[in-house]
Ligand binder design. Structure first.
Ligand code: ATP
Length: 353
């Protein structure tokens, strides 16, 4: 086990910079999830950790050692890819033990290492099968087993669940989390799925266009996003944003263009009339007689909750209610944002106020 330090790391491909100075401290035993939209540079960063891409500038350390010029196989890390990369002509046991064999381990040590990993992942009955005789989830577990057998200082996961169906993805998510609780191996996990990030991470790093927008615990990011990008990325369905102006003469609120008054608890000093973006999560809206008037566009009951898309002026807003509501498209409703859960962002910079 080991800490990992990523310090001011840059990456260029043919003169085109895709990572613009990324610094991420990772503690020993921490489960860190890198999230961000396609192209933000998360896979590139993971590949640099693995030693599969060189580092244009900055340093990466694993434990006490700067690894910029250390070969992948000398880094003591194990990587699990989304396509599993199993050897089709080898049994599960041979796939899992292969890295130990390459290292010249004794057959009895390989057998012991494989048996231990198989036990942890409930693969013992499958050790003699070939990859083609396994389900997607079982193959994914073999890929993890292969990583565990190496007993590395760091696990790297590159979207390991993206090829699995929805139900299996949820099951494997729990399995990986449980595995981490058990082994406490430092883990860096890349995904573009923010639910995976929220549910698995000790620390989430939100990346966008080659920079780190924010890092923190899942609930920190949910409660206090630093900017509109993070606010819109973390949380599902995504936060609603409404344009308006701050009113702070006497009572404080945000007024939208069509005159709706959106409640807030406090306003920054001397901000009367300032253009702002008002953010409210779908789960922080309630139906009320004195709320903002909106017209129901779509009603989506999921059984456990009701999701409503409603139109305020020209803008759509999503609301999620825990209980069931008999509302119909075309109906007028009143929505009241919870003032204590409102977020304010600067209109121009998108920064949290
Ligand atoms: P995704 O979720 O789609 O995998 P990502 O966040 O992992 O996206 P990267 O694969 O790290 O993004 O790519 C970051 C940027 O670097 C992209 O603009 C991509 O086109 C570019 N890039 C990645 N690999 C190379 C390469 N070998 N040569 C040139 N450009 C590259």
């Amino acid at each position: 086990m080991s800490s990992v330090q990523i310090r001011d790391v840059r990456k260029s491909f043919g003169g085109f910079e895709v990572l613009h100075g990324v610094t991420i401290p990772i503690e020993d035993g921490e489960f860190v999830v890198l999230v961000g939209p396609s192209g933000c540079g998360k896979s590139t960063l993971l590949r640099m950790l693995a030693g599969l891409e060189n580092i244009t500038a900055g340093t990466i350390s694993i434990g006490e050692r700067v690894v910029n010029n250390v070969q992948p196989k000398e880094r003591d890390i194990a990587m699990v890819f989304q396509n599993y990369a199993l050897y089709p002509h080898m049994t599960v046991a041979d796939n899992m033990g292969f890295s130990l064999k390459l290292r010249g381990a004794r057959p009895e040590d390989i057998k012991r290492g494989v048996a231990r990993a198989a036990e942890i992942l409930a693969l013992t009955p499958l050790l003699d099968r070939y990859p083609r005789q396994l389900s997607g989830g079982q193959r994914q577990r073999v890929a993890m087993g292969r990583a565990i057998v190496r007993d590395p200082q760091v696990f790297l996961f590159d979207e390991p669940l993206s090829n699995l169906d929805a139900k299996l993805r949820v099951a494997m998510r729990t399995e990986i989390k449980e595995l981490h609780q058990r082994l406490k191996t430092t883990t860096v996990y890349v995904t573009h799925d923010q639910i995976e990030a929220m549910t698995m991470a000790d620390k989430i790093v939100v990346m966008h266009d080659g920079i780190v927008e924010q890092m923190g615990s899942p609930l920190d990011l949910y409660d206090k996003p630093d900017n509109q990008f993070v606010a819109g990325f973390i949380g599902s369905p995504a936060m609603n944003f409404l344009n308006g102006h701050l009113k702070s003469n006497g009572s404080v609120y945000v007024e939208t263009e069509n005159g709706a008054k959106l409640p807030i608890l406090t306003a920054p000093a001397a901000s009367d009339g300032r253009p702002v973006v008002y953010g409210v999560r779908p789960e922080h809206l309630e139906l009320a007689d004195d709320g903002i008037e909106a017209e129901v566009v779509v009603v989506e009951p999921t059984g456990s909750e009701t999701q409503i898309v409603a139109r305020i002026g020209t803008q759509d807003i999503i609301a999620v209610f825990r209980d069931r509501h008999e509302v119909n498209p075309g109906e007028k409703i009143h929505l009241r944002p919870r003032a204590s859960a409102a977020h304010l962002f600067d209109k121009d910079s998108g920064r949290r106020l």
